[in-house]
Design a protein around this ligand. Structure first.
Ligand SMILES: Nc1ncnc2c1ncn2[C@@H]1O[C@H](COP(=O)(O)OP(=O)(O)O)[C@@H](O)[C@H]1O
Ligand SMILES: [Mg+2]
Length: 500
């Protein structure tokens, strides 16, 4: 009986077989790119190779970033945007869900627009699109954000009313509109439906009433952010350097998601007409941070954009603390995934299931400290090395005039050694001042806190800060809310409160 059988095989094929182990990192030739055509990110863990990111040999320039709060997602995104503007002259539009980029953008000389605070977007604006296509997009957004898809009659009525508005305003439904013609608004659609109701000839008045009710949510006095003539020119903003569109001032998630979807749709349309050209670099980078509704729904434009790869002149960055908020299609279609620290098994299962990395990488991810990441890249040509590797540290851009709140004296020795939590929190001055105001700290106290900070190299220990809060009779609820807003974990918050 033969146990071993000999086989003829070419040495080329032998080389492809990984007999013992696979090299744990891609070769230096892949990690090191032309410094004038790539962005330096950090050092790899095993061979200590400086990794610079370029989308040129990847399937597309889109990026997904996940990791628990405090893992370093926003820090990484800011670094990437700043360096992309040096290298490729890229513009950036941040769809800023929680208003967390505002202070940084201002400090970096960028533009901040706050929807809900005097700025409006008319979701019926065409920006060069045919009215029929825009109506489809609006209906798509309503499908994602409301349950209208379950009510066929209401859906049809809405669709027809929107089309009729364009016709009444003198547009042809299937033609590219003239550039200077004003689009109708949702309010016009509501008026049409109301007229129809008053005529009293429609067979299902209840359906008509419900349709009107649905649309009114977006057109109420004081909440008509999307139902008035636009004050913002998105196409222009997409070529204005660093821009943050602050959505935190909108009343709820539904409005934020509607704004996010509309902005994505409009930018996509603009970039479609410009077309892809690798040599031109990245005209713009669009950031969606913590925008779960938009990243998770199959019908969302975020998913379409990453699926369509290199069709547009821009890169999309989707970031979230909760991987299950990100549709699997995003993980598997973006050119690059950055996975920062993740600790819940079910989240690790979900990502590993989508990306197929090894158990070795999985266990690394669960042990990461702040600023460490696993990187997974999808190359245009097939490769013989693993596509996922570990970065020792993301080397980012430090904020200019950062104020630091130091928490090292609150962490335990093992926590310090493991380096799994931030040791300090950094803020731009305005950002910190706004936080103080938000949590009811009086202006005299704020001035004296900043005085103390400025006398100590703009740094303060967390316990000292909380003591100042307490001396100024700030309530425990407000202190807790303040700490939570820094994304500090609950165990640490309890520790801080018990020590003060
Ligand atoms: N790569 C890094 N190097 C040094 N400090 C970092 C790094 N990443 C994050 N930090 C610090 O950790 C804190 C939390 O980072 P942040 O990006 O806000 O986390 P996330 O967006 O994931 O919640 C910040 O104050 C930041 O200064
Ligand atoms: Mg963040």
């Amino acid at each position: 009986m033969t146990i071993i059988k000999f086989q003829h095989i070419m040495s080329n094929d032998v080389a492809k077989r990984a007999f013992l182990s696979r090299p744990p990192e891609p070769p230096a030739g892949v990690l090191l790119n032309d410094p004038f055509q790539s962005i330096y990110i950090g050092i790899t863990k095993i061979f200590k190779i400086p990794f610079s990111w370029s989308f040129l040999n990847l399937t597309n320039p889109h990026i997904c970033v996940v990791g628990i709060t405090g893992a370093g997602k926003s820090y990484f995104v800011k670094t990437l945007l700043i360096r992309a503007s040096y290298i490729w002259n890229s513009n950036a539009i941040i769809i800023d869900w929680a208003g967390e980029y505002k202070a940084w953008v201002k400090q970096s000389g960028g533009i901040v627009v706050s929807l809900g605070k005097g700025d409006y977007l008319n979701i019926m604006d065409l920006s060069g699109m045919k009215p029929l296509d825009r109506v489809k997009q609006i209906m798509n957004s309503l499908d994602i954000l409301t349950d209208i898809s379950m009510y066929a009659e209401q859906r049809r009525l809405t669709d027809e009313a929107l089309e009729q508005c364009y016709l009444n305003a003198g547009f042809a439904l299937a033609e590219i509109p003239p550039p200077d013609k004003d689009a109708p608004t949702i309010k016009d659609a509501i008026s049409l439906l109301e007229e129809k109701l008053q005529e009293g000839t429609y067979t299902y008045p209840a359906e008509l009433e419900n349709t009107i009710y649905r649309l009114r949510q977006f057109a109420r006095e004081g909440e008509d952010y999307f139902a008035r003539k636009s004050t913002l020119d998105l196409a222009k903003l997409a070529s204005s350097g660093l821009v943050s569109i602050d959505l935190s001032t909108l009343p709820d998630e539904k409005f934020r998601a509607l704004a996010g979807l509309f902005i994505l749709q409009t930018l996509k349309e603009k970039m479609r007409t410009e077309g892809w050209s690798g040599s031109k670099g990245l005209k713009a980078i669009v950031v969606l941070d913590e925008a779960w509704k938009i990243a998770s729904d199959e019908k969302s434009d975020a998913i379409m954009i990453v699926r369509e790869g290199r069709k547009y002149q821009f890169g999309l960055i989707v970031a979230s603390q909760n991987p299950t908020d990100i549709h699997e299609a995003i993980f598997s279609n973006v050119g690059t995934n950055f996975i920062l620290r993740i600790k819940f098994e079910k989240f690790l299962d979900y990502i590993q299931g989508s990306l197929n990395f090894s158990n070795f990488i999985r266990s690394e991810i669960s042990k990461f400290g702040v600023g460490q990441a696993a990187v997974e890249m999808a190359f245009q040509t097939s490769l013989r090395f693993p596509e996922t590797f570990v970065l020792q540290q993301i080397h980012g851009e430090e904020p200019l005039y950062a104020y630091t709140v130091d928490i090292t004296d609150i962490l335990t020795q093992p926590e310090l050694q493991a380096n799994i939590m931030p040791r300090s929190y950094e803020f731009e001055k305005e950002e910190l001042r706004n936080k103080f105001i938000e949590y009811n700290i009086g202006s005299n106290e704020i001035d004296s806190i900043f005085k103390t900070l400025d006398e100590n190299q703009r740094s303060i220990k967390m316990l000292d800060l909380i003591r100042i809060f307490k001396q100024n009779n700030i309530t425990v609820q407000n202190i807790m809310a303040f700490l939570k807003s820094l994304s500090i974990e609950d165990v640490i918050i309890t520790r801080i409160l018990s020590k003060t």
